[in-house]
Design a binder for this molecule. Structure first.
Ligand SMILES: [Zn+2]
Length: 229
């Protein structure tokens, strides 16, 4: 797959992008792409510690997310701050994703699979994918949607393609052999999530299984939709 000039990654929780697509992000950045993040929730329910409180966890997770993005060379991180588990396909959320698309002007967008058929995913993952897909077309493209953006100097934008991590067949494979170590380093920045787990072994094993299907040592795989020009 061609490396986009600019990409926007929209995802529900701090760490989703690092697990789902950070090998691809690091590769694209190395090849000269400008990559931006839009993080939809603050991840404030992501703990098994009985004493943990959402208001204590949220700032920790934002700091972890910013550190992971820095490892990958991501250019900007915008956090919408919805409570974890409360992401809904509202008009307000749609407008925020449309605004990010009109600001970044990405050739490609990566987000989570909105319609998994063979497994169940976190509701926030489905909502992030669904709203992002709709934001690409028609809302970010057509100037009569969210006209207040035009008054603020943001132009309509046509996204070229959307890639879903966690997607099902047919899949588009990206060789991440050269950026596997960077992916692991980015994942370990999410200390609150990976503590006590052998994430490296797990991620290498999964990425290798995906890679074997495409003739790569390690790969990430996406379902892809291209938008007509
Ligand atoms: Zn998640």
């Amino acid at each position: 797959m061609d490396t986009p000039g600019r990409a926007l990654v929209v995802f529900a929780h701090p760490d989703d992008a690092e697990f789902g697509c950070s090998g691809t992000i690091a590769k694209w950045v190395q090849e000269g792409a400008e990559v931006h993040y839009l993080v939809c929730t603050n991840g404030d329910k992501g703990s098994t510690e009985p004493e943990m409180l959402p208001e204590r966890l949220a700032p920790v997770r934002e700091a972890e997310q910013r550190a992971a993005a820095a490892v990958l060379g991501v250019k900007s991180v915008e956090c919408l701050g919805y409570p974890d588990g409360e992401l809904e396909p509202t008009r307000a959320f749609l407008g925020q994703v449309v605004r990010a698309i009109r600001r970044v002007k990405p050739d490609a967008i990566i987000t989570s699979e909105p319609h998994p058929r063979t497994y169940h995913s976190h509701r926030d993952h489905r909502m992030a994918g669904l709203v992002t897909l709709d934001a690409c077309f028609p809302y970010a493209r057509d100037h009569l949607h969210f006209p207040e953006h035009m008054r603020q100097g943001l132009e309509p934008h046509k996204v070229g393609a959307i890639l879903f991590f966690g997607g099902e067949e047919p899949l588009e494979f990206v060789d991440i052999t050269g950026t596997m170590d960077t992916k692991i380093r980015a994942l370990y920045k999410h200390a609150s999530q990976v503590r006590g787990r052998d994430i490296e072994e797990l991620v290498r094993k999964r990425s290798h299984e995906i890679g074997e299907r495409a003739g790569y040592e390690y790969a990430e795989a996406f379902r892809k939709i291209e938008f007509r020009r």
